[in-house]
Design a protein. Sequence first.
Length: 273
Amino acid sequence: MSNFSPLNIFKSQAKQLVRDQDVKLSVAQETLARKAGFADYHELAVVAQRNPEDPRLMMAVFGVRDFSEAIYENDIYTALDLELGEQLSGAIADTNASGFTTNDLYVGTAEYNGITGVLTLVVKLTFQGEQDPERMYSGTAFFLTATVELLRRDGKWLLADEGVSISSGESDADRDRRSEQEYWATVEEARSSNRMSMAQALAIELGISVDDAELLSGAEITTNESDDGLVYSYWINLEPEAEGELRADLLARFGSLEYELGPNFFDDVEHEF
């Protein structure tokens, strides 16, 4: 049996209770098993063999109901901030920002090794700093994918030594440059053709990628016109289609998900409104 299996860890907890309260081992095992929500120690032992990630067992042994929650325990975030700050120190120096901390962390996968006791998490996160207002803006955040290794020791989750490995990342400045390049590429492609798609037209109008504009191209459009049919403008309702980061970006820039298009917007669009 592995040294750090849930059942072995539970047995260690029972032995500690024996030392702390001077009770028999069987009493300690029964007490902790019932406290965890099991009928008795026998049931716990059976469940530990058949379903080691049973939520009751997980909570009793690891302090969480799911391994993906472990990174939010104890002082993991503080240790993670320090490690990321050290690994990205060179890139951070180029940003003119400081006070970087971990934000918007999402756990993609979590795998526990019962032999070594190492929990390996693949996470996506934003490492966000604060811009120095007296210096030129050159980025304040890094969008990272990383592997994080945690250890469960003495009832606490700890960041393992050399337990952070960044597999990919880019700064917000990098994203801005890429978005600008994609925007001008869209403009040039549209200009080289007599007609453009709705997505291309929206991408140019809203300053977003064609892929994002494709998500909005089915939005409802109403005509703002006079009684005699003179078109003043068009209103496009992006509310049902805009989601996630795209939605947040549009709201931040325009303050609304209803956007007014000029009267000539559809002149060069492939399928006119």
